[in-house]
Ligand binder design. Structure first.
Ligand code: NAD
Length: 276
């Protein structure tokens, strides 16, 4: 029987000398940026990526994070629906840093208008699944070819992958798929020393969530403040989460501080979800 040995806990810069790639990281108020900030604070060099038309935002984010934390950060265009773009972006990251240790699969979206699944537009369904679920697989496949033992993949799923989201079924199903993908890859890659986990955020204060509140308000004929108040009634902590709070969990799962965790989908919902 092999015995595991603990590595002594570090100085907080647990990811010093490592390299991470984060998808969907252009929005300064998005979860990708929260992850970039917290990984960089632990000393991780980064490639921050998003769709090519968002390169200006990415460049500004990369410069700010690099300056704040004294790490190297490069902006890389990656469209997760395009295998060529994914392969090029992952290769560019490896080419710049000579290693790849961490992937945060954060890119996510919803196409089309809200609708029950039995009338859901097939094109909207396919495009949503292609970004959220297939995109996570594409980036992970390209990354695993270059990752070394000790590597960590963190997939951003959602509470909506555990609890049905009526009229948002393609999103809900895509996030449930990400959780099973996480479990399968964790089992397959454990022997290679690569861990795979997912995070299921609840209500996190981002532009995407503000849009969600506005849509719900519109449907219910209420104002946004009242809609938000009603949504938060179900959250024991009584507020939305911050991108930094999700970023902290990403950094924990990326580092050896979580070295015995793999195949998990961890709720970060302020208590909105309490079951596994
Ligand atoms: N905000 C929340 O409350 C919440 C809750 C649960 C899960 N999430 C998940 O967190 C992740 C980040 O969401 P956010 O709220 O920060 O919103 P966001 O819009 O800031 O982040 C999503 C990013 O994905 C990018 N993207 C879309 N299509 C892409 C593609 N084809 N290739 C590459 N990038 C693409 C967008 O440009 C955007 O920057 C998403 O996966 C979302 O589903 C968010």
């Amino acid at each position: 029987m092999t015995r595991a040995t603990d590595t002594p806990s570090g100085n907080g810069r647990d990811l010093e000398g490592r390299t991470g790639l984060i998808t969907g990281a252009a929005n300064v108020r998005g979860i990708g940026m929260g992850a970039a900030d917290r990984l960089a604070a632990m000393g991780c060099n980064l490639a921050v990526s998003d769709l090519a038309f968002r390169m200006d935002e990415l460049e500004a984010n990369a410069d700010r994070i690099a300056e704040t934390h004294g790490v190297s950060v490069i902006p890389v265009p990656i469209d997760v629906t395009d295998r060529g773009s994914v392969d090029e972006g992952v290769a560019a990251t490896f080419g710049r840093f000579g290693r790849l240790d961490v992937v945060i699969n954060n890119a996510g979206t919803v196409f089309g208008a809200p609708s029950p699944l039995h009338t859901y537009d097939e094109t909207d369904w396919t495009r949503t699944i292609d970004v959220n679920l297939n995109g996570t697989l594409r980036v992970s496949q390209a990354a695993v070819r270059l990752m070394q033992p000790g590597g960590s993949i963190v997939n951003i799923a959602s509470r909506a992958g555990k609890v049905p989201a009526p009229s948002n079924g393609a999103y809900s199903v895509s996030k449930a798929g990400i959780m099973m993908l996480t479990r399968v890859m964790a089992v397959e890659l454990g022997g290679a020393g690569i861990r795979v986990n997912a995070i299921c955020p609840g209500l996190i204060d981002t532009d995407l969530q503000r849009l969600n509140v506005a849509l719900k308000a519109h449907v219910a004929g209420l104002d946004e403040e009242e809609t938000e108040r009603q949504l938060l009634e179900a959250v024991p902590i009584g507020r939305m989460g911050t991108i930094g709070e999700i970023g902290d969990l990403c950094a924990f799962l990326a580092s050896n501080r979580s070295s015995y965790l793999t195949g998990q989908s961890i709720n970060a919902t302020g208590g909105l979800l309490t079951e596994a």
